[in-house]
Design a protein around this ligand. Sequence first.
Ligand code: GLC
Ligand code: MG
Length: 581
Amino acid sequence: MRAIIILPLFIILSSGKVIKQNQEKELEWWETTIFYQIYPRSFADSDNDGIGDLNGITSKLEHVKEIGAGAIWLSPIFQSPMYDFGYDIADFYAIHDEYGTMEDFEALLEKANELDLKVILDLVPNHSSNESVWFQEALKGNEKYYNYFVWEDGVIDENGNMQPPNNWKSQFRGSAWEYREEVEKYYLHQFVIGQPDLNYRNPDVVDEMKNIIRFWLNKGVAGFRVDAVNHLFEVDKDRFDGKYPDEPLSGRLDVDQDSYDYYSHIYTKDQNETYYMVYEWRDVLQEISAQDGLERVMMTEVYATIQNVVKYFGEGERKGAQMPFNFNLITDADSSSSAADMKRAIDKFLTYKPVDKMANWVAGNHDNSRMASRYGPSLVDGINMIVLLLPGVAVTYMGEEIGMVDGEVSWEDTVDPSGCNTNDPINYYKSSRDPERTPFHWNAGKNAGFSTAEKTWLPVAQGYETLNVEVQKAAEKSHLKVYQALADLRRDDVFRFGRYDSLALNKDVFVFTRWYQGEHYLVVVNMRDNEYTLDLTYFENIDGDVTVILSSTQSPKEEGDRYPAFAVPVVGFEGLVLRHF
Ligand code: GLC
Ligand code: MG
């Protein structure tokens, strides 16, 4: 009797499994939101010292709310000598004084809470600062802290001079080893000299980092973006007679021997232990979530093969990060890409991620040339359409909502170690990350409304008089308005639960569809300055007419315009959201 009742139920479930399951599953807050990355130094300066700060951020949270984001992730706000602008942390439990106080941070959290915005902090687990108490204690011979770091003996060359232990290079050029007389050893720094790597083979370090995670979660943050996490472990040197082995050459001939890319980082990156460490951190997040029911999220920053990136999601029952950052829109496509390249870049993450996990879309951050510069300003709306309407979580780097471009920063004004370490006043800009970090454009006033200081820490980019929030708010059509409309649209079930399909309709035009329970949308992005008439009936179930729901800033189309699906005209760089009834 029972079996007869269960059988038909099972068939119904299995017939519409994906849609049914998703529909009935209550999505977590982070699964439907937009994460807005704020680079604290450059967002808003409240005390007019030319440097952005926490009170500045708090005063501008309404903007984040207004564009439709539901969470912010903040680049590091912790005590730091700023050799790598906050990614060199001297005290993981304290706020950097130029940015404010712990009370200021608590006020930020309170304001965010009022606005129903979640706050995510940057966890920088791979290294601390050479000015941290830990490192200072290590130099004094305090064994506990000495063991927090990675030390190695130098080697004596044929001239009797001491040389670094091996050929490992810093991401910012030159040896990854720095000698300290106090202990007569070299320490490892995969980034700047001021960022000594922490030793994850020491359980004390593992505990310390978990305490740091608990400390900030208990303050009320909703999770962490985890920095440079694939650098966490170095190879176990006991496997190599107690000496860290040289890394092999990458074979790249376009870079010199001091460059990081001259070598293949098989011993310092993507070690297996890393994934399990991330799973352990997720356990700590779960532990806190169990107390109040709010899911805490982890997003991992890893530039690696897609196979390695998706390992951070977890393995079987072991949960990992909810959002291993998907950087394919940064690394695999740009203004020179064809529509087919774009399709491939997008399908890559969707193909490799576990079927039961969410995708996420990142088109820019503080380490890469701005989205509007890489794709060209004409594609800003098109790329925002892609980021906000594809299935998954959207991530926006501050300024992408208004189409900010890279600022020009002279050699004299360059402060990023990645630029400065080139020692090359001509080509430094290719390595410098200052251009994507110039101050945010609020209005046409002094310093773009960022600060009233005489000099800001980086110069304000040119063109802010016309490219800013105030102007775009007042305009009838603007990147900001398109962005807001996209943020509204993505609240619709079709963009939350809908299926996805895509086609390169020709060499320039990329189109994707989303459909759910009879609703059907198409998103068209023309990546070139060429005109076309598109036949959208190449997609299944598209015939009859399509209606314009939203168009890019330069599009001549109006909301409500109708076209036969087999002949939709597009102008150069046009981006469209169409609905098929
Ligand atoms: C990450 C950060 C970058 C920093 C590096 C070292 O890649 O995003 O800004 O320089 O880690 O912490
Ligand atoms: Mg300030």
